[in-house]
Design a protein around this ligand. Structure first.
Ligand code: SF4
Length: 707
């Protein structure tokens, strides 16, 4: 009944908190969005972004409504029928693979996709085409946390749950402005502290953010100095006898080598590297180790670094050394940036993963997945991760790139290089919902995608909780759910390339894809192989591993999925960021989020309420730096790095330490020309996680004087 008001329970599409929402709709229109009081992750609460979701649902020209193809000669776009667009995509893929091999094809996906979307994309890349060149923008988000967990604890599995926030006595927040990036969790933490006045909060952040202002101890670390800080805290724990020797002996290995390593990281020596006073390092170490239960919450400040994996491991070491793990209120707990980066990891839709947290370098794992998918084998050539994918476009190792639900022509570092790569690609397919996405300008073929709240499927949030996402309204124009687009193209590719594989994509609905995906988790650390949609309807959102019931906390027995059952201390050293300050580039630049914007603003830019928080981009500098470079507040300023330059107003910000600048990540070339703020950032990556160093580069600033 079109006039009937419907209430649909779903999940917010922004951050990895994964808040439950109730969407009220009438016909094709969303009327309002409220927090779902029955969802265990948010219990009815929403932040400013979630509360404004209804304002972002559009059926107008702000959406990609029809398929379009670009004329290669004139550059002009024309609309084409959806079936012709699918034919063109399939023909291009098959021709390219025939001529140049499967690895000439690449897929660049998104943590916005649902698990079912990821699963079918992954099957198309690996089982149909035969390439491991599939990666996602989660590479910019959580891949250092993944590598950190796997190398120390043996599996990509955050051990704690949100309820541990209410049970912790000390909470260490590292590289996270939770008050802006995970606001509902931050509010939960503030309420927990009210209920437990003895709770201590330590915040490690170069900026005195809203989160840092709530801290009992704010450690304003020099960008890139985290490993030195964590090693120095461990040094204090060793020399003050604060270790849990029984836990180290019974549940870990490798401590002796690390103990030698951190001998030189005395607080006095480390303070020159990490910028934290020795006394504060000692205080942080004591609070961490002596607390009955210590929980660490961390995200991009650790992850987006050329030593992101080392930072994650050095923090996890503190938990292992003090036995702060596997008990209520304790543990290392990475906060996922995107709403379903976890689901993408579970589905294995990344160059370095296979479904069920398997490893594409393992023949055993490849064979397991091939057997479950019903194909002879999977490709063994290593896949190309996100940043390198654009290098591969430049040197023609990859010729056709299929981009879905992400905006690399704004979000990736070193934009001049990324844009050159997209321009030189043989063919770029962009599957997108929002007409404002800058990447559309580089597309040869545009496929109209449905988006929240038009899609159904599942997402997994930071605490391993799988929730149903439900469509509340139909998609506008000819937009389709991402999985349906992939299914249409995959069937056509199979008919031309490998007819016996067409049956691999005979799904009737999202539930079929989920059921197949869940079977691939059997026997793995995340095992939820008995879950299906009917059961999820009955249980509501559940945490994996799921065996008759969900799992709140991992490693309670002190045993780890590492082979020998012990968690590993890794002998990891300190490495400075890839760029260092110089006379020409004397300032360190760090990037981050604002409270009311999300990523490249394709969605939040549609909300008048959200735009009001901060309407224009600016570079933030400490007042003393503004005086040094003779910049007046709000003056137009040229900001230069080794890769490019932008012009935007400067704003005084005494929450920064002198010598450190801050740029919000959200604005692209429309606000400041030629690629936006990521013209400045660089593409150096972590050697284990391949995550780029978006949190640190060096810059120069001067007053802009138009010629
Ligand atoms: Fe959405 Fe995250 Fe805000 Fe929750 S905290 S409402 S998931 S943006």
């Amino acid at each position: 009944m079109p006039d009937e008001i419907r209430v649909t329970r779903s999940i917010c599409c922004y951050c990895g908190t994964g808040c439950g929402v109730r969407v009220r709709s009438k016909g094709e229109q969303v009327i309002s969005v409220e927090g779902d009081p029955d969802h265990p992750s948010n219990m009815g609460r929403l932040c400013s972004k979630g509360s404004a979701l209804a304002e972002t649902v559009r059926r107008d020209t702000s959406r990609v409504l029809r398929a379009r193809v670009r004329d290669r000669v004139t550059g002009a776009y024309r609309e084409l029928a959806l079936s012709d667009a699918f034919d063109l995509a399939a023909e291009t893929i098959v021709d390219t693979v025939r001529e140049h091999g499967p690895d000439a094809m690449g897929f660049y996906l998104s943590g916005q996709l649902l698990t079912e979307d990821y699963a079918i994309f992954n099957k198309m890349a690996r089982a149909l085409i035969g390439t491991n060149n599939i990666d996602t923008n989660s590479r910019l988000c959580m891949s250092s946390a993944v590598a950190g967990y796997k190398m120390t604890l043996g599996a990509d599995a955050p051990p704690a749950s949100y309820e541990d926030i209410e049970l912790a006595d000390t909470v260490l927040i590292a590289g996270s402005n939770m008050a802006y990036a995970h606001p509902v969790l931050f509010q939960r933490l503030m309420r927990a502290r009210q209920a437990r006045p003895h709770m201590k909060i330590i915040v490690i952040d170069p900026r005195n953010t809203d989160t840092a202002q709530a801290a009992d101890l704010h450690l304003a670390v020099t960008p890139g100095g985290d490993v030195a800080l964590f090693h120095a805290m461990l040094n204090v724990m060793v020399w003050e006898g604060l270790l849990d020797q029984d836990y180290i002996a019974q549940s870990t290995d490798g401590f002796a080598a690390l103990k030698e390593r951190i001998r030189e990281f005395t607080p006095a020596a480390a303070q020159d590297v990490c910028g934290i006073a020795a006394d504060d390092i000692v205080t942080a170490a004591r609070w961490f180790a002596q607390s009955p239960a210590t929980l660490s919450l961390y995200t991009m400040g650790l992850n987006q670094s050329s030593s992101g994996t080392a930072k994650n491991m050095a923090l996890i070491h503190l938990h292992l050394a003090t036995g702060q793990l596997g008990r209520p209120g304790s543990g290392p707990f990475s906060l996922t940036g995107q709403p379903n980066a976890m689901g993408g990891r579970e589905a294995g839709a990344m160059a370095t993963l296979l479904p069920g947290h398997r490893d594409p370098a393992s023949a055993v794992h490849r064979n397991e997945v091939a057997a479950l998918w019903g194909v002879d084998c999977l490709p063994d050539a290593p896949g190309v991760p996100a940043i390198a994918m654009f290098d591969a476009l430049l040197d023609k190792r990859i010729r056709v790139l299929w981009i879905a639900a992400t905006n690399p022509a704004q979000s990736l570092p070193d934009q001049n290089r990324v844009r050159k790569a997209l321009q030189q690609a043989d063919f770029v397919i962009v599957q997108e919902a929002f007409a404002d996405a800058e990447t559309l300008a580089f597309a040869d073929l545009i496929l109209p995608a449905a988006t929240w709240p038009e899609k159904s499927g599942t997402m997994t949030n930071s605490e391993r909780r799988i929730s149903r996402v439900r469509a509340a309204v139909p998609a506008p124009g000819e937009a389709l759910s991402d999985w349906k687009i992939v299914q249409q193209v995959a069937r056509r590719v199979a008919q031309k390339w490998a007819p016996h594989k067409a049956a691999l994509f005979e799904y009737q609905a999202e539930a079929d894809i989920f059921a197949e995906h869940a079977r691939l988790t059997a026997g793995r650390d995340l095992d939820y192989s008995t879950l299906d949609y009917p059961l999820l309807e009955k249980t509501g959102p559940v945490q994996w591993p799921y065996r008759n019931e969900g799992t709140v906390r991992l490693y309670s027995e002190g045993r780890f999925p590492t082979g020998n059952g012990r968690a590993h201390f890794i002998d990891v050293g300190f490495n400075a960021p890839a760029e260092t300050i110089s006379a020409h580039f004397p300032l360190r630049l760090t990037t981050g989020r604002l409270r009311d914007h999300w990523h490249t603003m394709t969605r939040t830019g549609l909300s008048a309420t959200l735009i009001r928080h901060v309407e224009e981009p600016a570079i933030y500098l400490h007042p003393s730096d503004m005086a040094r470079y003779r910049l007046a507040d709000q003056a137009l300023t040229r900001v230069k790095s080794r890769r490019g330059q932008i012009v935007l107003p400067v704003q005084a910000d005494d929450s920064l330490t002198p010598g450190c600048a801050f740029l919000p990540m959200h604005w692209g070339s429309r606000a400041m020309g030629g690629g936006g703020i990521n013209v400045l950032t660089h593409g150096a990556t972590d050697p284990y996680s391949f995550q780029p160093e978006l949190k640190h580069c060096v810059i120069a600033v001067n007053a802009f004087r138009p010629q």
